[in-house]
Design a protein around this ligand. Sequence first.
Ligand code: IMP
Length: 195
Amino acid sequence: MEMIFATTNAGKTLEVKKMLGNVSLLTMKEAGINIDIEENGKTFEENALIKARTVSKLSGKIAIADDSGLEIDYLNKEPGVHSARFMGHDTPYSIKNAKILEMLKGVPEEKRTARFVSAVAVVFPSGREFVERGTIEGSIGTEIKGKNGFGYDPIFYVSELKKYSAELSLEEKNKISHRGKAVAKIKKKIEEIEK
Ligand code: IMP
């Protein structure tokens, strides 16, 4: 099976390629699609569907998309769907992460709860579509730690493993991550229709 992954995010691409080992996953670039898709939905699910529908229409192929973000309870679940745009799309994550630590300075541990959310959508050329959500609970740490992953991984503390998300290997992260859980649900849906 061939699918186009509707993203330009290298971190996501690495993870999802590993998760969908038996699918030939093309990036938008590899499929010759060079567009900026406006993510104007209010929810992760809406945005994932917008991206997958757009790329499936343009290519005539099956498209998969992830829309994800970090919900910080102390910040009323922000940056949420605005995670990529927080402080500007091109601002380095070293700066974004430092800003979040500053915004939570002095906030006690029990109020630092947060989660990563991922909605993964698959859209078929026939118009058939699925969308599934995965989450991982954790908290905002007190320092920037770890070299793996991408985005907010260096400030996200994964309570169940007692490690920052950026300290996890790709395999460790994929097993428990928001995206890993959403992709696993999507895989099941696809297997059901292939039967
Ligand atoms: P999207 O491309 O609009 O879905 O933006 C998702 C944004 O959420 C990313 O650019 C990151 O800032 C953040 N994000 C989503 N998933 C992760 C993750 O697994 N680790 C770290 N940051 C993430």
